[in-house]
Design a protein around this ligand. Structure first.
Ligand SMILES: [Mn+2]
Length: 348
């Protein structure tokens, strides 16, 4: 499958060859694709004898602990000095699954100041900040950063999948699986071809599915029942809105990552075109948006929630006091934003 040109592969191979100390960084609140691609690239670089500092900004999702087992990942929120030290000492910076430094939030200044001679972006979001990088691998017609990285690594290994370490292959399959919501969306011919090659190479997909989808806490399942019940409203125009405020989170203490996948569920309702999930994050609401074809999650996130992402999957924030005066105003704020958004027929 022709995803990358020979020139692009040569450039990536050159960056790896020249690299002695790599820093690998992903976005804030990392998901399966971020951690999957980070673990995969780190293992690959380690197999080439490189020193690797794999950094994530904050909030490791407990649901992905199985992926981090045996890995050395630096939590920049818990070990800021270690993260800063690595980012000022590395000679090559790899940025994965995000389109701009600001997606790493608190790490942005360190990324901007990073003296690495080569900065590489590997991403699948819209509008990459290409000017901040020396090498840009950005595709939106691909399932995930994990898939894009798979095609890069396979290309660099001349098509020999055994050249990609076993743990990297496992992590890439995991990242692609979470970003496609287990093959429910953003699946391309290349995605199935990648899956086929990985399966044939011995990756334990049943184990991945079991780790991802059959190890939830009881609290998580009961929280979902409540979020999809009393906490969900269907707004005029076919927009589902779910809110998990601080009170809810006290009643259902969920670990980081445990609400992953929730926002997709209301799209199962025939008349719902957009699904919004807002959860309290300490001083603001984090917003996840999913949409069906013909509705733009990206524009809704961009124009009303300080965010963006993909056409059918995006995220943003509701800020205090800029957007709402108190937590109690969140539902009416979302309803107001949705009504404004739907008034513009171009958004549908
Ligand atoms: Mn992704």
């Amino acid at each position: 499958m022709e995803i990358l040109s020979q020139k692009e592969l040569d450039a990536f191979r050159g960056a790896v060859t020249a690299c002695r100390h790599a820093a690998v960084v992903v976005h804030t609140h990392p998901d399966g694709d971020a951690i999957g691609s980070e673990v995969a690239l780190s293992r690959y670089l380690l197999s080439k004898g490189k020193k690797v500092s794999a950094i994530f900004p904050d909030s490791f999702p407990g649901t992905l602990a199985f992926l981090a087992e045996g890995e050395r990942l630096i939590d920049a929120a818990l070990s800021p000095e270690e993260a800063a030290g690595a980012l000022s000492a590395c000679d090559t910076l790899f940025v994965l699954d995000m389109n701009a430094f600001r997606r790493a939030e608190a790490l942005e200044p360190l990324l901007r100041a990073c003296p690495a001679g080569t900065k590489v972006l590997i991403d699948h979001h819209l509008n990459p900040s290409a000017e901040d990088f020396d090498l840009v691998f950005s595709r939106t017609d691909i399932s995930s950063a994990s898939e894009l990285l798979f095609w890069i690594l396979l290309g660099c290994e001349g098509g020999n999948i055994a050249g990609i370490p076993e743990k990297s292959r496992y992590a890439l399959m995991t990242g692609m699986t979470t970003d496609t919501n287990n093959f429910a969306n953003s699946v391309y011919p290349s995605t199935l071809e990648m899956s086929s090659l990985l399966l044939a190479s011995g990756v334990d997909r049943d184990g991945i599915v079991s780790n991802l989808y059959q190890r939830y806490s009881e609290t998580r399942i009961r929280a979902f029942a409540s979020l999809l019940g009393s906490e969900m409203a269907i707004l005029p125009g076919g927009v589902a809105c779910i809110v998990a405020d601080s009170g809810f989170q006290e009643r259902f203490p969920l670990a980081e990552g445990e609400t992953e996948g929730l926002v997709n569920i209301p799209l199962g309702i025939g008349e719902v075109g957009i699904s919004i999930f807002a959860r309290w994050g300490g001083d603001h609401f984090r917003v996840s948006i999913r949409s069906k074809r013909g509705w733009s999650a990206n524009l809704l996130a961009r124009d009303f929630f300080h965010g963006g992402g993909h056409e059918l999957a995006a995220g943003g924030k509701i800020l205090l006091p800029e957007d709402i005066g108190s937590e109690a105003d969140v539902r009416s704020h979302i309803a107001f934003c949705v009504a404004q958004f739907l008034q513009n027929k171009d958004n549908r």
